[in-house]
Design a protein. Structure first.
Length: 146
């Protein structure tokens, strides 16, 4: 079927296109209103996203003075915090070295005879501190626990 070139037909097509465009725009506006409500998310007290708003009865008040911004001031560890306990797993008196297994972390730490004030043997319970040696962590200030 051939297209009509009459002015009236062209005006009707333009009006139909305008109406369709206005209808699509109205549908987009309505769907945007509905979609915004669906997009709202809340954080619960554990920091997880949730679709439900938080319970105002569980609200926790935080004082402004309690908020710490920046890096906290360095407090050097005390002697007690650095001291560990362990068990001697291996010690060679002829060569003057051995290993101590930390009872808490199960870490094996090298110990040299220069860091001892007394002789130790396998399965002795000792307290010690860890310092970085030439080849890794080494036990220093080793003391026998009775």
């Amino acid at each position: 079927m051939a297209e009509s070139w009459k002015k009236k037909d062209r005006e009707q097509k333009k009006q139909k296109a305008r109406n369709e465009k206005a209808e699509r725009m109205q549908q987009r506006k309505e769907s945007a209103k509905k979609g915004f409500d669906d997009m709202i998310a809340y954080l619960d007290e554990n920091g997880n996203l949730s679709a439900t708003p938080p319970d105002p009865r569980k609200r926790v008040e935080v004082k402004l003075e309690d908020i710490q911004v920046g890096v906290p001031e360095y407090v050097p560890p005390t002697e007690e915090e650095l001291t560990r306990t362990g068990k001697v797993t291996f010690f060679n008196n002829a060569k003057g070295f051995g290993f101590i297994k930390d009872l808490v972390s199960q870490q094996s730490v090298f110990v040299h005879a220069n860091n001892l004030d007394f002789s130790i043997k396998e399965n002795d319970k000792v307290s010690f501190q860890i310092e970085m040696g030439q080849r890794g962590p080494a036990a220093v200030k080793v003391k026998l626990i009775t």
